[in-house]
Design a protein around this ligand. Structure first.
Ligand code: SAM
Ligand code: SF4
Length: 456
């Protein structure tokens, strides 16, 4: 295997699953001598790991490719630059990308990036033929193995991929394929290896993570598939892992065992992302979300009963086809009842090939913008109130790195808030108790209480 040093630049778009995939692409390429670079200038290999969730996603990728062309021309005299398009746009567009942008040497889908070494070799042999967008997820994780390069103290671990829900606004079922869960043993091996490298916090990832149903640990076939609650409790037993999170969950897949995991597993952080998308039953039905607003609220109530300090975050889509003023009011009403610690909100955008895009009753862009502004003001007030409610509390903070000022540390609260505090650098990588003294919309600050919990 060649070990000549080569520069690799990966640009990652979209969700945490793409962040995980980009990290794993680096893992696959390191044995070939690739080292991460911060910019594409002079890189031997540039990978655009794309996301298809937003409107004009493909167009954005083509304009980025246009910007890469002169860099590729410049590099031609010194070894050349290979350009790869990966991720969901690669999956959706396939060979079309190489036709429309000849600057691209290879196209690889989210389920086949473990084959990058072969594809790169193929691209160098026969330009225009290096394309792999099959859905062969099992093979991918077997070939990737559990050894990962890590930085810092927190890592993403994909446990589930794909989605069978077919919400009428969403492209994910078309770009990521059918739902599939990794076997428990494989996940545990990866997390053990991460813990041995100093990782203290893991976020279990899946497009529909609470639909997880992984094969049980070896030799226990009679047991049936494990749900996410059981997996979380098992991960909590891994030495060195102090904090567990998971995302993204679907209300339809919430089961009692997972709710109970919040009550009986202190390492599971009391911060839960449960998108609802809308507060009107008519719109939820048209979105094919398969639950009502009251059912969503009932789940939140059960979670709060199980773990009184739990905070909720969510996702909302404004201006889905057919949304009236009354439907929008129902969304505001649900937001008031849930009282989110944080919530992403998006204007509905048509995704080609999804049922929502073909609906005749699209909402006017101006109306969408006006409604979004009203919703965002409410959500911003809720987030500010949540952060202010931390003042006077003592929170465990995982210190990640030095802060911007001398002698300052930056860490994360259980609710993923940024926390700044004065303290010694030795605390980096550990959890310390911080008394919160001030809060802004995006961060908290305070002072160390003196008690620290070693995370090692
Ligand atoms: N699986 C998750 C769920 O069921 O809620 C969400 C996955 S999706 C990658 C992330 C978020 O993007 C969604 O929750 C939704 O709010 C937003 N989104 C997806 N498609 C959209 C569209 N066509 N227009 C606007 N927002 C969209
Ligand atoms: Fe998309 Fe999530 Fe719906 Fe699946 S459950 S179709 S990923 S929004």
């Amino acid at each position: 295997m060649s070990t000549t040093r080569k520069r690799l630049f990966i640009k990652t778009y979209g969700c945490q699953m793409n962040v995980y995939d980009s990290d794993r692409m680096k893992d696959v390429l390191t044995p070939l001598g690739y080292e991460s670079a911060d910019t594409p200038e002079g890189a031997d290999l540039v990978i655009l790991n794309t996301c298809h969730i937003r409107e004009k996603a493909a167009e954005k990728v083509y304009s980025e490719l246009g910007r890469l062309r002169p860099l590729k021309d410049e590099k031609a005299a010194s070894g050349g630059m290979t350009i790869a398009v990966a991720g969901c746009v690669a999956q959706a567009e396939g060979a079309e990308i190489m036709k429309r942008a000849p600057v691209v040497d290879l196209v690889v889908g989210p389920q086949t990036y473990h084959k990058l070494p072969e594809l790169i070799a193929q691209a160098h042999r026969a330009k225009g033929e290096a394309l792999d967008t099959e859905f062969e997820v099992e093979d991918k994780f077997d070939r990737l193995g559990s050894d990962r390069q890590v930085e810092g103290y927190s890592a993403f671990v994909t446990v589930q991929e794909g989605c069978d829900k077919f919400c009428t606004f969403c492209v994910v079922p078309y770009t990521r394929g059918a739902e599939w869960s990794r076997p428990v043993d494989q996940i545990v091996a990866e997390i053990r290896a991460l813990a041995a490298k100093g990782i203290r916090e893991v976020t279990l990832l899946g497009q529909n993570v609470n639909a997880f149903h992984g094969a049980p640990p070896s030799g226990r076939e009679d047991e049936g598939a494990w749900g996410l609650g059981k997996l979380v409790r098992h991960v909590a037993l891994i030495g060195g892992i102090e904090r567990i999170r998971f995302t993204t969950s679907h209300p339809r897949d919430m089961d009692e065992d997972l709710i109970q995991a919040f009550a009986d597993t202190p390492k599971l952080m009391p911060y839960f992302h449960l998108p609802v998308q809308a507060g009107s039953d008519k719109i939820l039905k048209s979105m094919n979300r398969q639950h009502t607003a009251e059912e969503y609220i009932a789940i939140i109530d059960r979670l709060r009963a199980a773990r009184p300090d739990i905070a909720i975050s969510g996702d909302m889509i404004i201006g889905f086809p057919g949304e009236t003023d009354a439907d929008f009011e129902a969304t505001l009403d649900l937001v008031r009842r849930v009282n989110y610690a944080s919530c992403f909100s998006f204007k509905y955008s048509k995704r080609p090939g999804t049922p929502g895009a073909a609906m005749f009753n699209q909402v006017d862009e101006g109306v969408k913008s006006a409604r979004l502004a009203v919703l965002q003001e409410l959500l911003s007030d809720q987030q500010a109130a949540f952060n202010e409610s931390m003042i006077g509390q003592t929170l465990p903070v995982l210190f990640e790195k030095p802060g911007r000022l001398d002698g300052q540390l930056h860490g994360r609260s259980p609710y993923l808030q940024s926390v700044h505090v004065e303290g010694p650098a030795e605390l980096i990588g550990q959890i310390g108790e911080v008394r919160i003294e001030a809060a802004s919309r995006n961060s908290l600050s305070g002072s160390l209480t003196g008690s620290k919990r070693s995370a090692a």
